[in-house]
Design a protein around this ligand. Structure first.
Ligand SMILES: [Zn+2]
Length: 277
């Protein structure tokens, strides 16, 4: 009974979160007139501008009425076009709006109704925003990653306190070192090969993975390495796909690979670790 109420309410909440995530993806990055000192062509808007103001069409700036802003449904009703100017609405809108509740259902299905869900539910919302921004403009937004990591740590402490499983916090640190350590060394040795944004992101993903590895520190280190391996495999596959499609090597966003691998490792931790238990 409790489970179905949580499932039902959570799907609605996560549809709304997905819609809100689209707002962040739309408004946070701002293209610069010329590259900044790091060679980046994108900056980020202040949070007040991201969260303030109403929804507008990115092409004609027309105000978008609430009935044209219903997650997924409006995109379908409008045929993916702005009501005022007919410009096509980026297809990631309905995809992100659907991905949020789907990820929620997967997390609930994997872990059941427990306080341990808190960190992963937060991760779903922020990881979606980070992955799509990185996918679109090849930048892992620091402005999301650091505050999101701080909130993840707070939720981890609350969740460990409510369940009494305090040693999960130490596991989180161990897996973070196992995942972010090698990436940091790689960045240090080959700064041109990878952005530091990916190292920052791997800190957050590592903490998440370790928290769900349980209370055994060996398992935590192992799961951190599995997450790293998973992200590398996804990144290489994506690179090969890009090579096959465009015929040349391009810059690969590693953020989506990192968060996908981290999310999968968090949910499948018991299955991944089982043969070693
Ligand atoms: Zn328009």
């Amino acid at each position: 009974m409790t489970e179905s109420i949580v499932l039902f309410a959570g799907c609605f909440v996560f549809l709304a979160i997905g819609s809100f995530t689209c707002v962040v993806i739309d408004r946070l990055p701002v293209s610069l007139d010329e590259p900044d000192e790091y060679g980046d062509v994108y900056g980020s808007r202040p949070w007040s501008e991201v969260f303030g103001g109403d929804s507008r069409c990115s092409a004609c700036k027309a105000h978008i009425a609430w009935y044209d802003n219903v997650p997924v449904a409006s995109f379908v009703m409008l045929g993916g076009r702005c009501r005022s100017c007919g410009a096509s609405i980026a297809v990631y809108h309905p995809l992100v709006e659907l991905a949020a509740p789907v990820a929620f259902v997967l997390a609930l299905w994997s872990m059941g109704v427990t306080w341990l869900l808190l960190p992963v539910l937060w991760f779903i919302a922020v990881a979606l925003a980070i992955a799509v921004v990185d996918f679109r403009i090849l930048i892992v937004p620091t402005k999301i990653v650091w505050p999101a990591t701080a909130v993840l740590v707070i939720l981890g402490v609350i969740s460990a306190g409510l369940t009494g499983e305090w040693s999960r916090l130490l596991s989180a640190v161990i897996a973070m070192l196992a995942l972010a350590g090698p990436l940091f060394l790689l960045w240090f040795a080959l700064p041109a090969g990878m952005g530091f944004g990916d190292v920052r992101l791997s800190v957050m993903v590592g903490l998440l993975v370790g928290f769900y590895s349980g209370e055994n520190l060996g398992h935590a280190a192992f799961l951190g390495l599995v997450a790293l391996l998973g992200a590398s495999v996804i990144g290489v596959l994506y690179g090969l796909l890009g090579l096959a499609v465009s015929g040349k090597g391009t810059k690969i966003p590693f953020g989506p690979a990192l968060v996908t691998s981290g999310f999968a490792c968090a949910l499948l931790a018991p299955q991944i670790l089982d043969p070693w238990l």
